[in-house]
Design a binder for this molecule. Structure first.
Ligand SMILES: Nc1ncnc2c1ncn2[C@@H]1O[C@H](COP(=O)(O)OP(=O)(O)OP(=O)(O)O)[C@@H](O)[C@H]1O
Length: 322
């Protein structure tokens, strides 16, 4: 794949390492985020995602390596690095006794610049994040998802070209995750570069162009979602029949590409390529074996995520397909 030219990069990290005492929180991380893309940094708790995002905002400095935002480094440009950059680390904070609108108006005056204080701008960003109609409610009464979206609205006041969101879907219910995903898609469609972190594959798989998967500070995967999908293992399904012994025997006799094993929690687990699984299930029915349950255990991408991040770092192969 063609390498993105340096001038077209929103973020570039080259061999970045950050230690806390003996702990290596970020270990020789390199990545490139092109302008206009949605980029996901994925990893389980403690992988080093927030530490990296803190470095982008200049809240901490790397021990070694270089971080560039739109080509600028903190050493060269100081706080000027943050021109065109907005977002939040961990959860956004607001005054709970003020309304959503009042919070945004205060922020616009404090740090928004000319555009943010323009009449109607607060209403515009509230509209983008779907909080129109709730702007006169006190933030104390907002759901967690509404606060997260208000955080995005606050970031948009700065009119960024790059939006950095640290686990924006963390703690949200499925409806909140869906709303956040739709919001990120809308923002990306408007041309904004979005860099977000997450520890759930399903939060990012529909919205990110490219991802870096981290585990214990190290990169476990770099590449596009398409490349990640191509590496994903065959899906596993929980299977329950009215004659599990015959179901296993049928797989052994006629479906060598489908592995069927007894699940210690009850029932069977069948793993194989989707078309082979379908053929096997059709055969079960043909053989008069009653099917009671056939449900996926994990999506293939979730399974890959756990494979890449659960292994011991020394055993893990780093895959770079970008
Ligand atoms: N200020 C600090 N002092 C000491 N250790 C820290 C500090 N900040 C982070 N760490 C450690 O660095 C490692 C990476 O933490 P980080 O918060 O970057 O992970 P994360 O991927 O964002 O995880 P989470 O999803 O839990 O936020 C963890 O082991 C964490 O305990």
């Amino acid at each position: 794949m063609a390498r993105t030219p340096d001038h077209a990069l929103a973020v570039e990290a080259v061999d970045v390492t950050k230690r806390y005492g003996p702990l290596v929180a970020v270990d020789h991380l390199s990545l490139r985020v092109a302008q206009g893309e949605v980029y996901g940094i994925l990893g389980p708790n403690g992988a080093g995602k927030t530490t990296f995002l803190r470095m982008l905002f200049g809240l901490i400095r790397p021990d070694s390596g270089t971080v560039r935002v739109f080509g600028r480094t903190w050493d060269e440009s100081g706080v000027g690095v943050l021109d065109g950059v907005a977002g939040f680390i961990e959860s956004p904070r607001f005054y709970p006794y003020l309304t959503g609108r009042e919070n945004l108006e205060g922020l616009a005056l404090l740090d928004g610049g000319e555009r943010a204080t323009r009449a109607g701008r607060v209403a515009e960003v509230l509209d983008v994040v779907d909080l129109t109609g709730r702007e006169e409610d006190k933030v104390a009464g907002y759901s967690y998802g509404m606060r997260q979206r208000l955080g995005v609205a606050a970031s948009l006041l700065r009119d960024p070209r790059l939006l950095i969101l640290d686990e924006p879907a963390n703690g949200l219910d499925p409806g909140g995750i869906r709303d956040m995903r739709a919001l990120v898609k809308r923002l990306a469609d408007s041309g904004l570069t979005v860099l977000l972190s997450s520890h759930h594959m399903d939060e990012v798989e529909e919205i990110c162009d490219n991802v870096t998967i981290m585990a214990r500070g190290k990169v476990a995967f770099h590449g596009s979602l398409g490349q990640l999908r191509a590496m994903a293992p065959d899906p596993g399904h929980l299977l329950s029949t009215d004659d599990d012994a015959r179901a296993v025997a049928l797989a052994i006799a006629s479906h060598p590409e489908v592995a069927v094993e007894v699940d210690p929690d009850g029932g069977l687990v069948a793993v194989g390529p989707p078309a082979r699984l379908s053929a096997y299930v059709a055969d079960l029915v043909r053989a008069g074996i009653g099917l009671r349950q056939f449900t996926p255990t994990q999506t293939p991408l979730e399974a890959l995520f756990f494979m890449l991040t659960d292994a011991e770092p020394d055993d893990r192969t780093t895959v770079t397909v970008r």
